[in-house]
Design a protein around this ligand. Structure first.
Ligand SMILES: [Zn+2]
Length: 278
């Protein structure tokens, strides 16, 4: 009996030493357990295998623009609900929940600021906000960012992360593809430089519009990039898909992406490209 008692005490002792939740993160690629503080210091990139975790748009703002140089553009734009859309949840409630969760007004934020002293317009999508879906606010902010870049003769960078068009806004959401694409065409005719950065995941309507219309297209390592998802394609064509299909490395090989750039090198790479091309 005494032995059992001792064992029981040992178990209790182990329990006391349990690490609090949220301190550790398991890398989905190499399965290493990572100390969250270290992971954040490394821009949320696994130091064992280089896996790039999905991050909030604020991280890109911190690592890409010079400290204190950013001014947010059009911060007050918010989604209306013209279709009074309701599925499991009311669309207006979905927006409200997403705003509370992410502390963002919608799935993109636009800024003007400097990158190693070079002025830029930077728009950053947020996958955490209803899957980074592109509705009328995203389309409008992208369009206004293009206009701002053109009016101020600045290069434009968009960090893409999206599951596609925002179906809750129906055709209004799909209209944004044509709207942003035509704006970019005009920007290009006027000599503007545009660089999209495709992060995990960039799919659907964003890939079918401003995600693929850059002068140079960059991507983060391992990012899923495509229009329809692999499961849909597999079901449609009835064939197995090649290894690594729709990953950044596959797209680089096929010529859809110009360069894969790790997050830690993104700022200097963008800066060098801007200096070279303007
Ligand atoms: Zn890893």
């Amino acid at each position: 009996m005494a032995w059992f008692k001792r064992k029981d005490e040992k178990i209790k002792e182990t329990k006391k030493k349990t690490i609090p939740d949220g301190l550790w993160e398991k890398c989905p690629s190499c399965k290493e357990i990572l100390y969250r503080h270290e992971l954040e210091k490394n821009h949320s990139v696994c130091r064992h295998c280089g896996f790039h975790f999905r991050v909030d748009s604020r991280l890109y703002l911190d690592i890409l623009l010079d400290s204190g140089s950013a001014t947010e553009l059009f911060p007050d734009l918010e989604s209306a609900d013209p279709l009074k859309f309701k599925a499991k949840k009311k669309y207006t409630d979905q927006i409200k929940t997403a705003q509370e969760k992410t502390k963002h007004k919608d799935a993109i934020n636009s800024y003007t600021g400097s990158m190693n002293g070079q002025g830029v317009v930077l728009a950053i999508m947020n996958f955490g906000f209803i899957g980074g879906s592109m509705g009328s606010v995203v389309g409008e902010k992208v369009s206004r960012s293009i206009d701002h870049a053109r009016d101020h003769k600045l290069p434009l960078i968009i960090i893409c992360a999206s599951g596609g068009a925002r179906m809750q806004e129906g055709a209004l959401s799909l209209m944004q593809l044509a709207k942003t694409s035509s704006r970019l065409a005009r920007f290009s005719e006027d000599g503007g430089l545009y660089i999209p950065v495709l992060t995990d995941p960039t799919t659907g309507g964003v890939t079918a519009s401003y995600g693929m219309l850059g002068d140079i297209i960059l991507a983060e390592p391992g990012a899923l990039i495509g229009f329809a998802g692999p499961r849909v394609i597999k079901q449609t064509i009835g064939q197995d898909l090649p290894e690594g299909f729709q990953r950044a490395e596959f797209l680089l090989e096929k010529g859809f992406v110009d360069r894969i750039v790790p997050r830690s090198e993104m700022k200097n790479t963008l800066y060098s490209l801007i200096k070279m091309l303007t």
